[in-house]
Structures are given as structure tokens and as C-alpha cells.
Design a protein around this ligand. Structure first.
Ligand code: OAD
Length: 256
């Protein structure tokens, strides 16, 4: 299904009037970069059990297994490039007084595409720290199969991502809540909206009076919060939305 012209026009006009925008993103925006999502058919949580790979208990039971799985995901992410969806968001940034990407993704493709204000709610797969003492861990070469040992306390090293049952980084989440509270438009892109507290940000934006625009080929748990739904893939919809936003801004500047 693709987004119809009226929905695009309404979305572009709303964006054109906005001063502060939040782009709330999930795995779907990176799907066209070749990084699998979690809950789509064939997604990661269909192939693997999160309780065996993405919880602190799983890591404590079998750190090497969890480490090896994240090393595999690191290789997939390292081979990926940002797609036109990521680039369109980066290109939207200068059009607004404030433009914040709030992402659940751990792949850093927004930063690689040039977005400058990115809040990573679920951490980053490119960083590591000690599961016991919390100190950051850096090494030129990481082993593939065995979780390294912390040189300070002997604990095991883990990727700096948020697992099920763990708290989100408090300062990052607080910043995201502030951005959401003052935004005029929230774009909800490529997320199923099934994971909280992240998904709650969309409802917070809605309650604070923002226009919510959903970009997703499918309806989601967040569709009831959406004022406008652009049904299509992020790499198709976002460049078109950017094009229409630029057109609208040009018209305004000519008129003014
Ligand atoms: P999901 O896998 O739950 O949802 C992916 C969404 O992307 C679905 O709604 C798809 O319809 C949509 N989608 C697929 N292809 C798309 C495309 N090309 N363009 C736009 N949308 C597309 O992923 P998330 O919502 O990100 O958490 O999942 C949230 C969290 O659950 C993740 O951050 C991760 C996971 O467990 C942790 O690891 C803590």
C-alpha cells in the first residue's frame, strides 16, 4: 500500500507550520538497509527467543552465547549503509528550530546519515561496558565467540544496549520526554509501538497536543494515536515528505 496524495499534503502542510519536531524511530527505518526488524514475519523475535538473548539473566547464564549473537548483529550492522529514509530525516533537521531523532535503534545509522541530535533510548551496539562494574570497555579487536573480561573487576563485558527488564538510560529518556512535550509534530516511523516505555512517548506527544504522523507500511499499536498515516516504506515516504515540505516552505517564503 502506498500513501495517498491527500495524506502527504496534510502531513507536509502540518510539518511546514511546525517549529519543533520529533522523529521517533524503530527497526522499520533500517529494514531497507538490510537490518532485520523484530516482529515482522521472519523478524529476529520469530527466529530467536528474547529471553535467551536479550535479558540480563540470559547474559548471566551464558555470556558467551549472548556475546556471539551480538557480534553477529554487529557484523550485519557494520556492513549496512543508511538508506534514503535516514538521509531524508537528516535533511529535514535544518528546516526546524528544533529537530530531535528519538530512536529505539542501536545501529547508529541516523548519526551516519548526518542527523545531529539523536537520542538513543535503547543504547548502542557499537559500545560495550562491564556488566558488573559498569565501566566502559574499549578494545581494538573484539573476540567473536567469548565475552571479554573486565580488566578492572573481572566481570564480563557486554554490549551497551538495553535488555528486557532493564531501565532505559535516565538522562536520555528525560531529554526525550522534554522534546516530546514541546514538539508540534511527532513522526512515528517504522515501529510496532509494542515496547514500553519508549512507545509511551507517542501517546505523551498526542496528549500534549502534537500532530502525530505515522510512517509505516502497516497499521500498528500506535495507529490510534496518529492524526495522519502515511502507508509505505520509510525509504519511499520520507524523501517524498521532505520534497513536499521544501515545496511548501518555498511557497511560503515567496508569499512572505
Ligand atoms: P518491530 O520489529 O517491533 O516493528 C517494526 C515495524 O517496522 C513494524 O511496525 C513494521 O510494519 C515496520 N516496517 C517494516 N518495514 C518497514 C519499512 N521499510 N519502512 C517503515 N516501516 C517498516 O521493531 P521496533 O518497534 O523497533 O528493543 O521494536 C521495538 C523494540 O523491540 C526494539 O528497540 C527492541 C525490540 O525488542 C530492545 O532490544 C530493547
Amino acid at each position: 500500500m502506498s500513501a495517498d496524495g491527500t495524506a502527504y499534503q496534510r502531513a507536509a502542510e502540518r510539518l511546514c507550520q511546525a517549529r519543533r519536531v520529533v522523529a521517533f524511530t524503530g527497526a522499520g527505518i533500517s529494514a531497507e538497509s538490510g537490518i532485520p526488524t523484530f516482529r515482522d514475519p521472519g523478524g529476529l523475535w520469530e527466529q530467536f527467543r528474547p529471553e535467551e538473548l536479550a535479558t540480563p539473566e540470559a547474559f548471566e547464564r551464558n555470556p558467551d552465547r549472548v556475546w556471539a549473537w551480538y557480534q553477529h548483529r554487529r557484523r550485519v550492522i557494520a556492513a549496512a549503509e543508511p538508506n534514503p529514509g535516514h538521509y531524508a530525516l537528516a535533511a529535514m533537521e535544518p528546516h526546524f528550530e528544533e529537530f530531535t531523532v528519538v530512536t529505539q535503534n542501536i545501529d547508529q545509522l541516523h548519526q551516519r546519515a548526518g542527523s545531529r541530535r539523536v537520542l538513543e533510548l535503547h543504547g548502542s551496539i557499537l559500545r560495550n561496558h562491564c556488566h558488573r562494574c559498569g565501566r566502559p570497555y574499549e578494545a581494538p579487536n573484539l573476540p567473536e565467540e567469548r565475552a571479554p573480561t573486565c580488566p578492572h573487576c573481572g566481570g564480563r563485558i557486554r554490549p551497551s544496549v538495553v535488555w528486557f527488564g532493564e531501565l532505559l538510560p535516565e538522562d536520555v529518556f528525560a531529554e526525550a520526554e522534554q522534546a516530546v512535550a514541546r514538539c508540534d509534530v511527532l513522526l512515528s516511523i517504522g515501529t510496532s509501538g509494542e515496547v514500553y516505555p519508549a512507545a509511551g512517548l507517542v501517546w505523551q506527544a498526542k496528549l500534549a497536543g502534537a500532530t502525530v504522523i505515522e510512517v509505516n507500511p502497516n497499521p500498528t499499536e500506535l495507529t490510534p494515536a496518529a492524526d495522519i498515516a502515511l502507508r509505505g516504506s520509510a525509504a519511499t515516504v520520507l524523501p517524498e515528505l521532505l520534497r513536499r515540505l521544501c515545496e511548501c516552505r518555498q511557497k511560503l517564503s515567496k508569499a512572505g
